[in-house]
Design a protein around this ligand. Structure first.
Ligand code: SAH
Ligand code: AVI
Length: 328
């Protein structure tokens, strides 16, 4: 459970070094093309990670609690299907709150666990390490600050390996990127190694719309924090309140979309890019897609990624699915 004390701590990492800010290239590329867009990984500076934690507790944001309920109901079944004495790595671990459900269950069948969480957010990883070690002394946490593009750390992980990619984070990737990432993961693994993948499923559009347009405005703050980050890290002069948070269901593409929409014509200077950006009234910056799957498309994704599907669990409403795949 993330308490207010945790939220304060997430923005003040203590003992892990921060990587140098490397957002300039992505921001220049994304904001000088038409239509404008920014990669969703930029949403996760310390403040963005803290806002995401708040999102996971919102009444409208069903994915986190639905996936947690699947993990709580089936943790022993999931862990019973794993190899003996597995080590665990996790892509986009965040604060690893739901991961602890699995680690608790795993410790009922093995004495200790080596756990390698990867994330671009050092603040979230610090909290993950603190909380896992505080609760479970038998879990050795080896945090990896970095991008999905560099999966070399998977080779450090002792066999047999379990890779976690939960939280529907794969839904923030385009289909081609998602398959390429799974194939890259598979290439770092050996026969018998396993992947547990969690994805959000297509459902009533009103339910999904509410989840990304919450009444407290936390998702809007999460989205606008991108502009705050550009101001802080790149000397930008964005006025975040001159942009609207816009999120809608794109049925054809099977995804929720997040955008920031300029409320008026404006010029925005970004010193570190030596650029002044022009926005027309109503112009949008596309900041995130959140693809929603069907169980069939999830299985297809795993197979295309190089994994044989072993078992898939869903909740009673079929809102979310967690699937276990293996390298054969
Ligand atoms: N797995 C957690 C957190 C999901 S939020 C959960 O289920 O609640 C998505 C996480 O992925 C964030 O912590 C973010 O920092 C991380 N992330 C996003 N893009 C990334 C990338 N390209 N490389 C590494 N981590 C990334
Ligand atoms: C991390 N990811 C799966 C979240 C999602 O639902 O796509 C990010 C998010 N964006 C807005 N709210 C939550």
């Amino acid at each position: 459970m993330i308490t207010p004390e945790h939220r304060n701590r997430i923005s003040t990492p203590t003992s892990m070094p921060s990587p140098a800010p490397v957002i300039a290239g992505d921001v220049l590329l994304g904001l000088t093309r038409m239509p404008k867009s920014l990669p969703p990984k930029l949403l996760y500076d310390a403040e963005g990670s803290a806002l995401f934690e708040k999102i996971t507790c919102l009444p409208e944001y069903y994915p986190t609690r639905t996936e947690a309920s699947i993990l709580m109901t089936h943790a022993d079944d999931i862990c019973g299907r794993l190899g003996p004495d597995v080590s665990v790595s996790e892509l986009g671990a965040g604060t690893a709150t739901k991961t602890r459900i699995l680690l608790r269950s795993l410790l009922r069948q093995q004495c200790s666990v080596n756990y390698f969480p990867l994330d671009v957010s050092d603040a979230a990883l610090q909290l993950a390490k603190d909380e896992v070690e505080r609760e479970m002394g038998a879990v050795n946490v080896h945090p990896q600050i970095g991008d999905f593009e560099d999966l070399g750390f998977l080779k450090l992980q002792p066999s047999p390996r379990l890779v976690l990619y939960i939280g529907s984070s794969i839904g923030n990737l385009e289909h081609g990127e998602a398959i390429a990432l799974l194939r890259n993961v598979a290439q770092h693994l050996s026969s018998g190694d396993q992947l547990l993948l969690g994805v959000d499923l297509v459902k009533d559009a009103n339910v999904m719309h509410a989840a990304y347009n919450d009444s407290a405005g936390i998702t809007a703050s999460f989205n606008k924090n991108l502009l705050v980050r550009i101001n802080r890290e790149l000397g930008g002069q964005f006025e975040p309140d001159s942009f609207n948070h816009v999120s809608f269901w794109n049925h054809k593409a099977s995804r929720m979309e997040l955008h920031l929409e300029s409320m008026r014509p404006q010029s925005v200077r970004v010193d570190a890019l030596d650029t002044t950006l022009q926005f027309y009234q109503g112009e949008r910056i596309h900041t995130e897609n959140s693809y929603k799957y069907t169980v069939e498309r999830l299985k297809d994704l795993l197979q295309r990624g190089g994994f044989e599907v072993e078992h898939t669990w869903t909740d009673p409403h079929c809102w979310f699915a967690v699937s276990l795949g293996m390298i054969i």
